[in-house]
Design a protein around this ligand. Sequence first.
Ligand code: AMP
Ligand code: MG
Length: 476
Amino acid sequence: MFYSRYNKLGNEFAVPSSPNVFEKSEVLLINEQLNEDSGLKWQSSEVLNYLSGQTALPESESVSLAYSGHQFGHFNPLLGDGRAHLIGSFTGKAGAEYDIQLKGSGATSFSRGGDGLCALGPAVREFIMSQAMHSLGVPTTHCLAVLSTGQTVYRQGHVPGAVVARVARSHVRVGSFQLLALRQDPESMSELLELCINDSFEDITSQGEERVFAFFSRVCQAQCALMLKWLQVGFIHGVMNTDNTLVNGETIDYGPCAMMEGFSFSRVFSSIDSQGRYAFGQQPNMASWNCARLAESLLLLCDDQENAIERFSKSLAEFSETFNQGYRRLWQDKLGILDWNDEDQSLINELLELMTTHQLDYTNTFAGLTAHTMNMLQEQYPLSEELDAWLSQWTARTEQYSEDAMIERMNKVNPALIPRNELVEEIIGDFYRNGASEQLGDWLLALKSPYEYRSYPKKWVTPQSGTTQYQTFCGT
Ligand code: AMP
Ligand code: MG
């Protein structure tokens, strides 16, 4: 049932490596729906034994993957899984392939002085965020479980250690291709290309170099779609390095990520992103930049370099075009404007300026407009007074439309509920104190239907209080 699908790339790409055995491990969190839907259907003893390293997955060899990466613009030739073990892959329901990867499962040949471990807090964050993002409709890797290791790790002090078990359609990053380009290894790169086409872009039928161009074009489109989704829900990844960019367009590595509250295109949460390279509004540019790094790597598979550069540039230009169309459509949908006229751009700009100036909450502002269209009570979804004048313009602009048609558009893109940063932190605090959180269950359940407009506990829908800006640290 399990197999190793990266081994055919050789053991310099997929380095055999066993996870630590954590004998005192306990399962703290499990995503039962994923366990069911993926087709795994593990009993609780299997979850514990396989994910704590106590039992190896049958017929599979555990590996750590090698990759390069541009980290904040600087090329690092060899990164690799410094604290992760890909213990195996399986074919789930409807023939979809999944990898199971443990993170925080011990040192590997890529640890570079790191301890190979993961603290409980970031593990809990990844579990909550990936589940919430999935329910928000954002392509993402999944988290099957979080286990305590029964050991401590040293960060700002001693804290409990954890293992995150990730289930994902692929673990191939832009950095994976960069590594093979650096090694001048076209055979392995062709293998990797086939593996990616097989798991994510199966409908590509062209052959030869056309196959490479088609693949690149699809990666660009997948990244573009992902960026529009991040913008739609206000997600800030924080560390969009090429080694954290999957070619299949799913979100991976929930390290210093956060949800935008007070609106600003230049919003940054991560303490390490002092230059704002990965600020909220910069993310699409950075995704395109990462795709360009993939194109450079793929040149290794092309004979006619000039022609290849032209073809890759065309796909990058299409990224911009698709993005611009999607971007306009996004704001149009968020505001329930059913057909575009030239003055709409200034209506949108005015709103975004007001939101930036008064630091209005991104989610609640658009949820407020949606609830307003639904004729819901103001108390549940209050709109800021600062929007009053703008609101009359918007009402005048949209009065020609039926409410139902507007609601249909708006409801799809304006969530009522998001994983609020402060609540995530509070729950992490609960886990550090008690190894569990009583408030998580109900919240996670509600986060499964984030587009449902109803009355929620105040704490779930209130942005961070006080003036201190929420800050996240690298998810180690
Ligand atoms: P990230 O940006 O968090 O995905 O990590 C960048 C690189 O650092 C990857 O190669 C990770 O495997 C490695 N890394 C992060 N944390 C640790 C750790 N605690 N021990 C060893 N390697 C780590
Ligand atoms: Mg990473």
